[in-house]
Design a protein around this ligand. Sequence first.
Ligand code: SF4
Length: 348
Amino acid sequence: MKTSIKAAVDYIKNYSGRKIRIMEVCGTHTHEIFRLGLRELLNENVEIVSGPGCPVCVTPPGFIDEAVELALDHNVTICTFGDLVRVPGTEMSLSQAKAEGAKVKIVYSPQDAEKYAAEHPDEEVAFLSIGFETTTPSSAIAVKNAIADGAENFTLLTANKTMPGAYEAMADYADAFLYPGHVHAISGIADCEKMLEKGASGVIAGFTSDELISAIAIVLKKSEEGKPFLVNAYPRVVKADGSPEARALVNSYMEKCDAEWRGIGIIADSGMMLKAEFEKFDAEKKFGIEKRSGKTNPGCRCGEILKGVCKPKDCPLFGKVCSPEHPVGACMVSNEGTCSAYYLYGNK
Ligand code: SF4
């Protein structure tokens, strides 16, 4: 172990400052912190909770209902990442819709979905476009490709989101954020600076064990100084201005909208939807699908888990009727979900 990392580990283990609650707002951070055993380093004064950083987990059930309606009532082929297929909607998941005859195809990127549409002009094809700043540019590229290919049978069902509104909504639930490095590789650090102006502390963190250990140690050290702080602990990837090219690409095709986050509700201007000039690629508009909220299983506590106010083991369904094989809520479905992480790594 390098000396500086060993010193950071010792500092975390021996931290004796005030009680602190750190919120990681990234599904990959959730799983890496568990996988690397970093929670074992923390004493009782330090709590790490997961925020709304898993794109599948924050997608509301109404979005699944819309996808099911597209597939079953409009005979649209749904292209999606694998996780979404098992997320329960109000009545059914996409995998249950598939059993009822829906065409559901797993793809690895929006571009793959567009390519499938271009190769199957006799089918209507919709890609379920979810994700944050990191993944939304790929959906913009898919629309760009559809225009180039003349694929008029390709649409996006959008639930893309941006993080700043979620940070603001979560500011009262944590003493400091571990900001997701890949999001800020795109958006830069201005959003975190705005949070700092509002008194919210945070460290932009990478994903290796050394980067996560350093970021946690910085949070603890800085918090001992007693004033709000912001540190970019991932400077090899996160530049002050992020990626203007990726943002320009997205802004060519999409614009801000209000968005519903599972368990949190509507956050103004936190979504991205296709601009009116590209509405023929918008599945809701093309097929007259109404936006709706949908309903979750009343026993599921995903909403509270996404705010860090309860832990998966506080959910009465955890590990009993809800498991990765039989998920009742979205947080148990995705590899990045908090319930899934607690289940896989021992409920701690
Ligand atoms: S354990 Fe299952 S039912 Fe409970 S909150 Fe997590 S996903 Fe929802």
